[in-house]
Design a protein around this ligand. Structure first.
Ligand SMILES: Cc1ncc(COP(=O)(O)O)c(C=O)c1O
Length: 379
């Protein structure tokens, strides 16, 4: 099936009692059993819930996987992947990951004896150099948040298979509409459904997708054992939102291309990071492994004072953390989303005090252009 057909129909059946076309919100914690141990496959909502299953199957189809395992946040999903491993195991991670991902690896999982190397995964020499006999997992964000650096999915999958190391891609920035890492042979995809998959800034959630039954079984076990599951209402909202994912992603991208072209030539913008621009150092790789360039643009405005003036002057873009919603947002990574990354590390990555990340929404293109234009005049 095509992407839009799957996004509307996959994982969903008309509700058998009434024929309701929309999967109901099964707001229940438990299920009545006919006699001891005889039930309809549903015992307790941490373990099984029909609204959650419909959402998991829907997103699994969009990512071209077979299994979806949903969580109460993107970080709960990421943590559950790491919970498959134990003391002494080593994980290689992209250096420029979302600040919260860095924080949970660096301050929570290290305490349990897991070891991490944060390297630039766009450079495979660094990945190879970081690899040890204990390496069990390579965790990659591509494009990265907020510097929009890409890692080759093909090389990553080949490397993981050759070395017998699991590979994970955080696909939050692209959504399955623009990038499908499982098709390249990546083992696991993870999303913060809080972002594009839900897209309406009213849910916090996460999901893992895979085509591998053994991995899915392990992750379902952790999902139930640890219990960081999403509630049925949130699953319903995400399921409702994936129906328009393709439509929204096309609009996010159209507006982003227009804005990136404008910002690229603006004298107050010192640098721009957007994989859709031919000036992006990995534009060719972007064209190879993505079917579009997404809705996130980062710009360097020189210093904190300029960044502050710009952010305060914006009228349509709201100054807020998060991304991927229908409304446009501006973020100052150094003080907001990436504050948990140490200062020296931020400097190395380019997350300067002058950097602003824009999540371009689906408002009218000309209104967004006018907004950034007038805000830049305040610098
Ligand atoms: C790329 C990426 N991955 C994971 C997360 C974490 O997701 P959540 O906030 O749903 O826990 C975020 C949050 O901003 C993110 O941007």
């Amino acid at each position: 099936m095509g992407f839009q057909t799957d996004s509307i129909h996959a994982g969903q059946i008309a509700e058998p009692v009434t024929g309701a076309i929309m999967t109901p919100i099964f707001q229940t914690s438990t299920y009545v059993q006919e006699t001891i141990g005889k039930h309809k496959g549903f015992e307790y909502s941490r373990s099984q819930n029909p609204t959650r299953h419909a959402m998991e199957d829907n997103i699994a189809a969009l990512e071209k996987g077979k299994y979806g395992i949903a969580f109460s946040s993107g970080l709960a999903a990421i943590s559950s992947i790491v919970e498959m491993f134990g003391q002494g195991d080593h994980i290689i991670c992209t250096d420029n990951v979302y600040g919260g991902t860095f924080r949970v690896f660096d301050t929570v999982f290290k305490k349990f004896g897991l070891e991490f190397s944060f390297v630039d995964t766009s450079d495979f020499k660094q990945v190879e150099a970081a690899c040890t006999a204990k390496t069990k997992l390579i965790f990659v964000e591509t494009p990265t948040n907020p510097m929009l650096t890409l890692t080759s999915l093909k090389k990553l999958a080949e490397f993981g298979k050759k070395q017998n190391i699991l590979t994970v891609v955080d696909n939050t920035f692209m959504s399955p509409y623009f990038q499908k890492p499982l098709e390249f042979g990546i083992d696991l995809v993870v999303h913060s459904t809080t972002k594009y998959l839900n897209g309406h800034s009213d849910v916090v959630g996460g999901i893992i997708l895979t085509a591998n039954k053994e991995l899915a079984d392990k992750l379902h076990y952790i999902q139930n054992a640890v219990g960081a599951v999403p509630g049925p209402m949130d699953c319903f909202l995400v399921l409702r939102a994936t129906k328009t994912l393709a439509l929204r992603m096309r609009e996010h991208e159209k507006n982003s291309i227009a804005l990136a072209r404008y910002l690229e030539n603006h004298p107050k913008v010192e640098k721009i990071f957007y994989p859709g621009l031919s000036s992006h150092p990995q534009h060719d790789l972007a064209k190879e492994q993505m079917t579009g360039f997404g809705g996130i643009i980062s710009i360097e405005l020189g210093n904190l004072d300029n960044a502050r003036k710009f952010a305060e002057a914006l009228k349509i873009f709201a100054l807020a953390e998060s991304l991927g919603g229908v409304e446009s947002l501006a973020d100052h990574p150094a003080i907001m989303t990436h504050a948990s990354v140490p200062v020296e590390e931020r400097a190395k990555l380019g997350i300067s005090d002058g950097l602003i990340r824009l999540s371009v929404g689906v408002e009218d293109e000309e209104d967004l252009l006018a907004d950034v234009k007038q805000a830049l005049e305040h610098i």
